[in-house]
Design a protein around this ligand. Structure first.
Ligand code: IPD
Ligand code: CA
Ligand code: CA
Length: 261
């Protein structure tokens, strides 16, 4: 029997709201902050949020495969159905009490993302999408912007934690965009960056070295809102690729040219 994607979406939303409660309860009250790398933080809030999401999914769908950031590796189940989870996207913001972070939950069938959920626990904005059914913000349909020119565009990006290894290519791309666009933002949650492209607040987003859990939900939400998403060469994007460019489509090729050094 085919899986009911509305059931899947509702389970994901339930998990996301539970996580949002957990994250808010820890905000500003963190104990020890661990490091996964020199700049890569992990807090008890990341861990508790992930535990809650996995338990909520497991209760309803005990056999599904789960790929979640903090669990290290995937929790194996029926690989036909896989959940891809970032329990706290924007940990650096969270740890510094900057109120811009999210919970990101995606669901894939045989590797194709079918459901995407991104929730901002502070603003209460819930972005959702089911494949072929459009994208919504708090239940209302959203679309990408109509901006036609890179010179009129507001763009957003992010930098990987290991940027220090060789920061020049990131800086050159950043400078190219700074010269071409109206402005650039670096907000610190890739999942929300993609959702902001989806609802037309930003005209484009690019980043390198993201992980599947950073982009899985946001990519579907942006695509369903009309975004074009590729790698920097213009090839179709998949969540295992090391680079992503998501735009409203109109400015895509112009932005892409500036990313190719
Ligand atoms: C990070 C955020 C950030 C991006 C980093 C990601 P995390 O995720 O999405 O915006 O620039 O590259 O790793 O570590 O907060 O889940
Ligand atoms: Ca993340
Ligand atoms: Ca995370």
């Amino acid at each position: 029997m085919a899986i009911n994607l509305e059931d899947v979406k509702n389970t994901g939303i339930k998990a996301a709201y539970g996580s949002a409660d957990i994250l808010r309860s820890h905000l500003g009250r963190l104990g020890h902050i661990q490091k996964k790398g020199p700049k890569d933080l992990v807090t008890e809030a990341d861990i508790e949020s992930e535990k809650h999401i996995i338990e909520t999914i497991r209760k309803k769908f005990p056999d599904h495969d789960i790929l979640a950031e903090e669990s290290g590796s995937s929790i194996h189940g029926d690989a036909e159905y896989q959940w891809v989870i970032d329990p706290l996207d924007g940990t650096t913001n969270f740890a510094h009490q900057v109120p811009f972070f999210s919970v990101s939950i995606a669901f894939a069938v045989s590797g194709e993302i079918r459901v995407g959920i991104v929730l901002n626990p502070i603003s209460g904005e819930l972005f959702t999408a089911v494949k072929h059914n459009g994208a919504q913000l708090n239940g209302h349909t959203i679309n990408v912007s109509s901006c036609q020119s890179i010179s009129e565009s507001l763009l957003v990006t992010g930098f990987p934690y290991d940027v220090k290894q060789d920061s020049r290519p990131y800086m050159v791309r950043f400078e190219n965009m700074l010269n071409a666009a109206i402005g650039i933002r670096r907000l610190g949650s890739a999942a929300l960056d993609l959702c902001y492209v989806a609802c037309g607040r930003f005209d484009g987003f690019w980043e390198e070295h993201l992980h599947p859990w950073d982009t899985a939900a946001g990519v579907l939400i942006a695509e369903e809102a009309g975004a074009r998403i590729t790698d920097f060469l213009g090839n179709s994007y998949t969540i295992d690729k090391p680079e992503i460019l998501a735009t409203n489509g109109h400015i895509h090729d112009d932005v892409r040219k500036l990313l190719n050094l």
